[in-house]
Each structure stands twice: as structure tokens, then as C-alpha cells.
Design a protein around this ligand. Structure first.
Ligand SMILES: CSCCC(=O)C(=O)COP(=O)(O)O
Length: 254
């Protein structure tokens, strides 16, 4: 840790001042494997059937057209096979566009409804969020996945329907998670001062952006996450679970 970098214990002392806790999803509340393997495979495995069943749905056609436009693609999407090939090709490219995420949410929604998909949550997520809610803190999510996708995951999670512990979900409609302005926007929406909000994420770029906006930022280093650079660990406090925050005193003592 760099000489002046805050420790987890320093952050824990700020608990009383904090009004809102914001958490990233992939790599923070939820395993990378669930998002990158389970959700991705479900999407690809069910894409062709979804396109076939819904080909005449104007909302689906609109999503496909917008995806083509957003990616500046010359691919044909005039029939099911072409549209399917186009989407499969895009599924391996970054950045993932908003319309592509809308298509993901449509297909995932079917998987959650049928019970084939259950949203992964690390075991400490629900107990910690419940405890902090009881302590009067509001809990929010901020993910690149759509608000709808976040709600689906928490409604249909392995811990049951736990959406009620979440006060709200932010997605990239407030801006990129890598941009400090997005956190300014969230602060405005929450009607909070920067020091009243804490953000947890496994992404150093996100934590840096939040920190530039004055938000208190902590790196989440979950089992199964990508290895962190030492420089990231030197700059920000790092925890491996929300439970570790509680162990450091990040809760209200009655
Ligand atoms: C919460 S929706 C499924 C996850 C997803 O699609 C995603 O991109 C998660 O990214 P995050 O910003 O939560 O790291």
C-alpha cells in the first residue's frame, strides 16, 4: 500500500457518514464465471430459437437494426441466419453496445423465467447488504449490464428473490463506468455528497473513476477474479468479500 493510501480499517471508520453503498456486479457480487460462462452460453445457445420465435416482433427488429447501426456494421440482418451470424460475431467484440445488451436481457429473461438460469451471488452478499440496510444505508448496483438484467439476476438468484435489498440499479444510461462524470451523475441522483457514498468494484479503472469523482472506492478481489496489478493494490484498499468489511468494523454498533 502506498504511504498515504487509505486502509480498509480507515474506510471502516467512515461508516457513520456513509448514506449509500454502490456495488458493481461481475466480480463483486457475482462470479466472473457466471457472467462469462453461464450467461454467455445461455445467450448463444438460445439465440437462434429466440430470433426464430420472435422474428416478426417489431421490438426485436428494432434492437437488431440499432445493434447494426451502433456497431457501424455492413453485415446483413435481413434473415434469421444472417442476423444470428452477425450477433454471434459481435458477442466476442468489445465494447458491448446498449442494444446488444437489450437482446441479452430478452434471452436471459426467458432463462430466468424457466428456472434454467439462477443468478449467482457470493454467500456474503445478501447478509452484508441486509445488515447495512438495517443500519440505514441504501444499497445500489452499478453495472454495464442493463438495469433490467441486474433486476433479473437479483430477483432470480441462488439466494432467492433478494431484489428488495437493492434500492436501485444504475447502468450505462448514466455513462461509462470508466468516466468520473458517471459517478457525478449518480451522486446527483442520490442527492449525496461524494464522501457519503462508497463504491465496490473489481475493476481498477472503475475504482479510479469513482475516486476521481470523490466517491470512496474499494477494490473487490474475489476468488476467481482476474489477478490485480500490484499498483492497483497500492492505490486503493482491497477486500476479498463484503464480510471482510464487516470484520473491519464497517457496520453500525448498537
Ligand atoms: C448484471 S447483468 C449481467 C452482467 C453483465 O452483463 C455485465 O456486463 C456485468 O458487468 P459489470 O459492469 O457488472 O462488471
Amino acid at each position: 500500500m502506498a504511504e498515504n493510501a487509505a486502509t480498509v480499517a480507515d474506510i471502516a471508520k467512515l461508516f457513520n457518514k456513509i448514506k449509500c453503498i454502490i456495488s458493481d456486479v461481475e466480480g463483486t457480487t457475482t462470479s466472473l464465471a457466471f457472467v462469462r460462462n453461464t450467461l454467455k452460453s445461455y445467450f448463444l445457445d438460445n439465440l437462434h430459437e429466440h430470433l426464430t420465435k420472435n422474428w416478426d416482433d417489431s421490438e426485436l427488429q428494432d434492437i437488431l437494426l440499432k445493434t447494426k447501426f451502433e456497431t457501424d456494421s455492413s453485415d446483413s440482418i435481413s434473415n434469421i441466419e444472417d442476423a444470428c451470424s452477425f450477433i454471434i460475431r459481435l458477442s466476442d467484440t468489445e465494447p458491448i453496445t446498449y442494444s446488444f445488451r437489450q437482446l441479452q436481457a430478452r434471452i436471459w429473461s426467458e432463462g430466468y423465467s424457466s428456472g434454467e438460469l439462477k443468478g449467482h451471488l457470493f454467500p456474503d452478499v445478501v447478509p452484508a447488504f441486509k445488515r447495512w440496510s438495517q443500519d440505514g444505508k441504501r444499497i445500489f448496483l452499478y453495472s454495464s449490464g442493463l438495469e433490467l438484467s441486474q433486476k433479473l439476476l437479483f430477483t432470480n438468484s441462488i439466494a432467492g428473490n433478494v431484489l428488495e435489498i437493492i434500492s436501485g440499479c444504475f447502468d450505462t444510461t448514466v455513462g461509462s463506468k470508466y468516466e468520473p462524470n458517471s459517478y457525478d451523475m449518480i451522486l446527483k441522483k442520490l442527492e449525496c455528497q461524494p464522501g457519503e457514498v462508497i463504491f465496490f468494484s473489481d475493476s481498477i479503472k472503475e475504482v479510479k473513476a469513482a475516486s476521481k469523482a470523490g466517491v470512496i472506492a474499494v477494490i473487490m478481489d474475489r476468488e476467481g477474479n482476474l489477478p490485480l496489478d500490484q499498483s492497483a493494490k497500492d492505490m486503493f484498499p482491497v477486500v476479498s468479500s463484503f464480510e471482510a468489511m464487516i470484520e473491519h468494523g464497517f457496520y453500525f454498533e448498537y
